[in-house]
Design a protein around this ligand. Structure first.
Ligand code: SF4
Length: 150
């Protein structure tokens, strides 16, 4: 079992700082990997990350909802969220800068279980831990001033 991040993740990194096994990785490049991802082979299911997320984007794998509804911001790749747009501003008191996002009005039902595979894919097919230095820089300068280089 593992914990899972979902499309409700707006790239806040408070969860990264509390993970005792450092298995939460911010996705780079953002166009392909727009959330944080949890390494399922390393996560020890301690649950420390859940209360740190201001957007309630993290769930134990077996509790990821298939019928989620809410007035929330979501982010995803352009392929999976074609009507999204760049967004920069405050959400729930936290500054975010996102390449492709949209706010839901609460009437749409989301199957968040579809977000389970990307957590596995980021480590099996994607960059995995390759961008740890980039993530550290992102956390140092903040979303507002961060520029991805390579
Ligand atoms: Fe890290 Fe614990 Fe969250 Fe797993 S549940 S990602 S080990 S903080």
């Amino acid at each position: 079992m593992t914990h899972i991040t979902t499309r409700l993740c707006l790239r806040d990194t408070a969860c990264v700082e509390v993970c005792p096994v450092e298995c939460m990785v911010l996705g780079f490049p953002e166009e392909e990997w727009p959330w944080l991802y949890i390494d399922p082979d390393t996560c020890i299911d301690c649950g420390a990350c859940i209360p740190e997320c201001p957007y309630e984007a993290i769930f134990p794998e077996e509790e990821v909802p298939f019928d989620f509804q809410g007035e929330v911001w979501i982010t995803n790749t352009k392929d999976l969220l074609p009507d999204g747009a760049p967004f920069e501003g405050e959400v729930d008191g936290h500054y975010v800068k996102l390449l492709n996002a949209k706010k839901l009005d609460g009437s749409e039902t989301l199957d968040l279980t579809e977000d389970i595979p990307p957590n596995y894919d980021y480590f099996s097919e994607g960059p995995g831990y390759d961008h740890m230095d980039t993530m550290t820089k992102y956390m140092e300068v903040g979303a507002k001033d961060f520029k991805f280089e390579g």
